[in-house]
Design a protein. Sequence first.
Length: 71
Amino acid sequence: MPTPPLLHDPQPQAPSKPGNDECCHSGCTFCVLEMYQEDLAAYEEALRAWQQRQQAAADQGIRKPRKRLNF
């Protein structure tokens, strides 16, 4: 069963992959494909760090409070 997420620590979101027609293939200094690869590497690093924080919180028993059910 997955552990509930920490409060105020949203999961990082993956960058949007550029479409096939977004690169002009002319060797631009700021190529969208290279920028995407850099953003993807940063996302993967942030995701690993987020997962470690979530696991550490789960190990310590720090969880998001559950909603009370009123019957």
